[in-house]
Design a protein around this ligand. Sequence first.
Ligand code: G1P
Ligand code: ZN
Length: 543
Amino acid sequence: MNIQIIDTKPFADQKPGTSGLRKKVPVFKQEHYLQNFVQSIFDSIGAPPGSALTVGGDGRYFNRQAIQIILKMAAANRFSRILVGKDGILSTPAASCVIRKHGTFGGIILSASHNPAGPSGDFGIKYNTSNGGPAPEKVTDAIFAKTKSISQYKWIEVPDVNLGKVGEQTLDDMIVQVIDPVSDYAALMESIFDFDAIRRLFFSGFKMKFDAMHAVTGPYAVEILQKRLGASAGTVMNAVPLEDFGGGHPDPNLTYAHDLVEIAYGKDGPDFAAASDGDGDRNMILGKGFFVNPSDSLAVLAANATLVPAYKKGLAGIARSMPTSAAADRVAQSLGLACFETPTGWKFFGNLMDAGKVTLCGEESFGTGSNHVREKDGLWAVLFWLNILAVKHQSVETVMREHWNKFGRNFYSRHDYEGIPSEAASGLMKHVTESFAELTGKKFGKHEIRFCDDFSYTDPVDASVSSGQGIRIIFVDGSRIIFRLSGTGTEGATLRLYLEAYEPDPARHNLDAQEALSDFITIASQISGLRERTGRERPTVIT
Ligand code: G1P
Ligand code: ZN
C-alpha cells in the first residue's frame, strides 16, 4: 500500500458540538478541512490495526464525496473493513444498529440532522463508539484537542469506490462492504414490535401518512410501513431522499412539517400522521387534528410499554433530558421505576442504557428511543405508537386524553429565538445567573420561585460531571422556566426558552398550551429582559 503523508495546518473551528462537528458545506469543502477532522478521529479513538468501521450518512449534499475521502483515509490508517450503506446512506439509528449488530469498532455518521442541506447548506460528521452511541465527551474532547495540533494526515491515492453496488470490494488492502442500508434495521424493528397486530390495523382500513421530508427515512418507511406492514401505497410522502432535501428543512415539528400538519388537521385527515427528520432520529406524532407533545409522547410510551413484545416484561427505568417535561417522571413514579434527568443530547443516555439502568429515553426536541440502539430513533417511535394503537383500538387523541386523566397534564412549550447575536444570548444568560439569589423565594402573583440553578449532572455510572447545562427556575408547585443556549446551531446563537406547568384538573386539560403557560411566558421575559436583549418581539419557532 502506498500511504502518503500529507502536510496540513490546524483549523481553529473544529470543536464538536452536541451532535458532532457541524458547519456550512463551503467550510467543509476547504482543502484539508474534512481530512484534518477525520485524522483527528482516527488518532483519538485507539482502534487497533485491522479494526472495522461503519460509515454512512443522511444522503445530503457532500455525503458521497465525504465518504470517498473517509474510505481512503481509513485504508491509509490501517482499518481492515468498512461497512458502508449503499449510495452512502444510513440513517443515524440504522448506523447505530449496524455498529452493534456487526460489532464494528465504531462508526462515522455524516449528517447535520434536520438542518437544511445543499451547496450552501449544512454538513456534519460525528463519531460513534462500539456501543453504537455518540462518543462521550472525553473522546470528543480528545478529537478537538487533536484538531488543534494536527500537522499531517494519512492518505492513499486510489480510484473511488462504487457505492451503488451491494457487495464487497477492495480498496487497496481494505475491504469495503457496501450493505443494504435498510435490512438490518427493518429486521430489528420486526423483532421489537407486534407486526401482526399492526398489519391487522392497516388491513382494517386504518389510514396513516408519514412524511419523510425528502430525507433519509424514505426508503426505511416504504420498506417497513408499506411493504412489511401493508400500509397503502402513498402512505409515505416525500419518500425519495434528495441531496438538498427538496429545498426543505426536514425538522419534524409544527413549523417545518407544515404540509403534513395540514393533512393531519384536514377534513379527511388520516387516523395517524408522523414525520422524521433529515437523518431519521427524530419523530413527530399526530392524530386526527391532534398534536402529541414529544414530552407527553415519552410518557405515553412508558405507560404502555408492556403492550410491545420487546418490553412486555417492563422497563428497567426511564431517562429524560433536563428541559423535557416531567410527564415521564409521573409514569415512572406510578410504576415504581427509576427516572433520570440528564443534560441535553443523546450521549448522556448511553451510559445509563449500557449499565442496564434505563430502557426508554426521550427529549422534548422530538427525540425518543430505547436500548435497542444507542441513538434516538424516529421510525421506532412511530412503530411504538402504531403498536399501542393496534392493541388499544383507540385514537391518538383518546390515548393522550386518558393518559392526562390518569397522570395529570404537564403543559409544555419551547420557544426558540434563532440566529440572535452571540453576545446578546450570553449576556442574557449571565444576567439571569447573576439574579439567582434575588429570584429565589420571589413571588410573581401566585407563582413563587423555589430555587434557581445552572444545571449540572454527575453521571451515575462513571461519575463524570457536566456543568453549565442550562438555567433552571423552579417554582414551588413544580412549574419550570428553563433558559438554554443551543449547541447545534450554525449561525449566531439560538436561545431556547422551555416552559412547563403541571395541571392535575381534567377540566383544564383542554386549555391551549400557550394560554396555560402565559404567566410563565411573562415571568421569563421579565426576569431575562428577553425582548430588549434579543431585539425580538416573538420567538422564531414555538413548539
Ligand atoms: C438540539 C436539541 C437536543 C438534541 C440535539 C440533537 O440540541 O435541543 O435535544 O439532542 O438537537 O438532535 P440543541 O440545539 O438544543 O443543543
Ligand atoms: Zn436528527
